[in-house]
Design a protein around this ligand. Structure first.
Ligand code: CP3
Length: 336
C-alpha cells in the first residue's frame, strides 16, 4: 500500500504511519527502554530495536513501520563520539576536523541496524511496509558542528558561511555515508526510505540549494543506482523551497510539515506523492478540532497520491487513544 502510493498511485483508503510512532508516549516503550543502559545501546541491540519497532504496529492499524534507530548513528559510525543525555537530547564531541572522521568501520558499526531490519522484514506481514531512514547531510552537520541539538543552527550556518570549502568536504563525506547506510538498509529488507532534513528551515535560499537540495539529490542518485525502492524527502520548514526541492532532488515523495498550505501541497501532488501534515499539537489536544484537521487534510489530498502522516514527530504528551481515533478517521474519510 505505502509503496504504491509513494510510486504515484492513488490508493484508497490512504496509507498511514507517523513519524516517531515508536517511543516515549507509549508506556510499553518506556518499560522496554529500561533494558539498555544508553539510548544508542538500545538502538544497537536488535532484540530491543525490533521490539520497539513492533510496539506501535501491535497497538495500531498503521500501514508502515519505521526501523527503530536514530539519525545520529551515522556520525557515531564515522567515529564522532555521540551520546544522549536523559531529558536533554543528543551530545557529540564537537567536530574540529573532517579528517578525524572515517568510513573505515562504518558498515560493521551499523550492522546491528541491518540485522534489526532483516528480522523485522521477516516478522512483519507482507502488506506492512518497512521504512529505513537517515538524516540529511545538512541536519547531521548541524549536530556534528554544534555538538548538540536545538537553537537556530547558528554554529553550522556560521561554519558553512566562513569556510564553504571545509563545509563542503563534510557534506561530501556525509553524502557518501548516508547513501551507503540507505543502500545497506534496502539490502537488509527496507521497502522504502525517508531522508529527514529536520533543520532545512534554518537555511537561506542559496544555502538551501547548496546544503539541502544538492546533497539530497546526490544521495537519491547514488541510492537509485543500487536499488529501486521509493525515497521520501522531508525538508522540514522549507516553505516555498518545497517546489525546487521536489524538482531538483527527484525524490519519489515529499513529507510536508504542518505549515505547508493545502494549495502548495496540491501543487506538489501534481509532481509527486505527498505525505503529511497534521500538527502533532492537534493530535495531543484531541477532540473536534482534531477531527476537523484530519478531515481538511483528507479532503484536500485524498484524491491523489497521498500518505497520511504528522507534520513532524509525535509528541511525547500524545494520549495513545488519539492515535487510534486518527487512524480510524483517515481510513473512513479516504475509503473509495
Ligand atoms: O518510530 C520512530 O520513528 C523511531 C525511530 C526514530 C528515532 N529518532 C528514535 C528516537 C527516528 C526516525 C528518529 C529520527 C531523528 N532523530 C530525527 C529526525 C526526525 C525529527 O524529529 O526531526 C532527529 C532530528 C533525531 C535526533 C534526536 N534523537 C534528538 C534531537 C533526540 C532527542 C529529542 C527527543 O525526542 O528525545 C533523539 C532521541 C530519540 N530518538 C528518542 C527516540 C525514541 C528519545 C530518546 C529515548 O527514548 O531515550
Amino acid at each position: 500500500m505505502l509503496v504504491r502510493s509513494l510510486r504515484g498511485e492513488t490508493v484508497s483508503p490512504a496509507p498511514i504511519w507517523f513519524m516517531r510512532q515508536a517511543g516515549r508516549y507509549l508506556p510499553e516503550y518506556r518499560e522496554l527502554r529500561t533494558k539498555a543502559a544508553s539510548f544508542l545501546d538500545f538502538c544497537y541491540t536488535p532484540d530491543l530495536a525490533v521490539e520497539a519497532t513492533l510496539q506501535p504496529m501491535r497497538r495500531y492499524a498503521f500501514d508502515a513501520s519505521i526501523v527503530f534507530s536514530d539519525i545520529l548513528v551515522v556520525p557515531d559510525a564515522l567515529g564522532q563520539k555521540t551520546w544522549f543525555v536523559q531529558g536533554e537530547g543528543p551530545r557529540l564531541e564537537p567536530l574540529t576536523d573532517v579528517g578525524s572522521l572515517s568510513l573505515a568501520g562504518f558498515d560493521a558499526h551499523l550492522s546491528p541496524v541491518y540485522e534489526t531490519i532483516a528480522r523485522l522484514r521477516a516478522e512483519l506481514p507482507a502488506e506492512k511496509a518497512l521504512l529505513g531512514f537517515c538524516g540529511a547531510p545538512w541536519t547531521l552537520a548541524t549536530y556534528m558542528i554544534a555538538g548538540k541539538g536545538g537553537g537556530d543552527q547558528f554554529a553550522a550556518r556560521k561554519a558553512a558561511a566562513a569556510d564553504p570549502v571545509a563545509f563542503q568536504a563534510l557534506i561530501d563525506l556525509l553524502v557518501e555515508a548516508c547513501a551507503r547506510h540507505l543502500v545497506a538498509q534496502v539490502r537488509a529488507g527496507a521497502d522504502a526510505l525517508q531522508i529527514f532534513d529536520s533543520w532545512a528551515s534554518a537555511l537561506d535560499e542559496d544555502g538551501f540549494s547548496r546544503w539541502s537540495i544538492r546533497p539530497i539529490g546526490e544521495i537519491v542518485n547514488k541510492v537509485r543506482a543500487a536499488t529501486d525502492v521509493p525515497i521520501i524527502g522531508f525538508p522540514r520548514g522549507a516553505g516555498a523551497g518545497y517546489c525546487p526541492f521536489v524538482e531538483e532532488t527527484r525524490v519519489d515523495a515529499v513529507s510536508l510539515d504542518w505549515s505547508v498550505p493545502m494549495d502548495l501541497a496540491k501543487t506538489l501532488q501534481t509532481r509527486v506523492c505527498v505525505q503529511g501534515n497534521l500538527d502533532p499539537a492537534r493530535l495531543v489536544a484531541g477532540g473536534a478540532q482534531l477531527d476537523a484537521a484530519v478531515d481538511r487534510i483528507c479532503a484536500a489530498l485524498g484524491a491523489g497520491p497521498f500518505v497520511f502522516n504528522l507534520g513532524h514527530g509525535i509528541s511525547l504528551e500524545t494520549p495513545p487513544a488519539h492515535v487510534t481515533r486518527v487512524i480510524e478517521r483517515v481510513k473512513a474519510k479516504t475509503a473509495s
